[in-house]
Design a protein. Structure first.
Length: 254
């Protein structure tokens, strides 16, 4: 904590254990000992005017296998001034129905606390789980550019932003017009190529090949939806392929 403050930091995200198994097997401590350690750090941070958020690592397994342990931890910490309780699905094991069940339990038991949800994409459910968390009362979401993260990654920012806005009329501070540019910068520095069919930012997602689609776009934009490419700093393209027709050629000659 002292080093963080000396470096100019004013907020720490403290990694704690959100399941009894992690507490006992990895830390080799009892829940009471772990709580005492957490409180020592939180109290010292308060003395140095440093804000604290905590991750309850493996919270998803905690809620499945040892919910009373989760409640014991949060009960002990709920009045300490911690700003955000961050609830990770560390191994990406949850489905949306489970997220709804577990998040609602947390929100109902602790209505005055701020809960974030941190999804992993091992079952390709990160985005769905994030939306389930929102519908269940989570106040914060963790996303990453291009979905980068441990193993199968996390929920991609662009997809979550588009769904929140278009399906739930959510208001955020994200400039959608910059999402594609930021994704390309991260792709360049990370060396991890964006899949061509990645929603919003993939190379091919605003390209029509089928002739029937190009024809429909020529006739009242029949194949448009709310994901207009211009919204994300991109343009719609009409490629020529084995399923193309005259409409594709017309589009390319415009």
């Amino acid at each position: 904590v002292n080093w963080i403050q000396q470096a100019g930091g004013r907020v720490i995200n403290l990694l704690c254990k959100g399941s009894l198994k992690h507490c006992e097997k990895q830390l080799n401590k009892t829940p009471e000992e772990h709580i005492e350690d957490i409180l020592t750090v939180v109290n010292h941070a308060a003395e140095t005017d440093t804000e604290v958020n905590i991750y309850l690592e493996d919270w998803s397994n905690g809620m499945k296998e040892s919910p009373e342990y989760v409640y014991q931890i949060v009960d002990a910490l709920q009045h300490t001034g911690i700003k955000r309780f961050m609830l990770p699905d560390t191994l990406g094991i949850l489905n949306p129905l489970q997220v709804i069940e577990f998040m609602r339990k947390m929100v109902r038991r602790y209505p005055n606390l701020h809960f974030d949800f941190h999804a992993h994409n091992d079952y390709d459910l990160a985005v769905s789980n994030v939306l389930a968390a929102v519908l269940s009362g989570a106040k914060g979401l963790h996303t990453t550019i291009n979905g980068l993260g441990e193993r199968a990654g996390n929920a991609p920012l662009a997809s979550v932003q588009a769904i929140l806005k278009d399906h739930f009329n959510a208001i955020t501070n994200i400039d959608e017009n910059r999402l594609n540019d930021v994704s390309r910068v991260v792709e360049s520095y990370s060396g991890i190529v964006i899949p061509a069919n990645q929603p919003i930012v993939g190379e091919n997602v605003f390209t029509q090949v089928a002739g029937v689609h190009a024809d429909g776009d020529n006739k009242s934009n029949l194949y448009y939806n709310d994901l207009l490419p211009e919204r994300f700093g991109r343009v719609r393209e009409y490629a020529l392929g084995k399923t193309s027709g005259k409409a594709n050629i017309r589009k390319n000659l415009e």
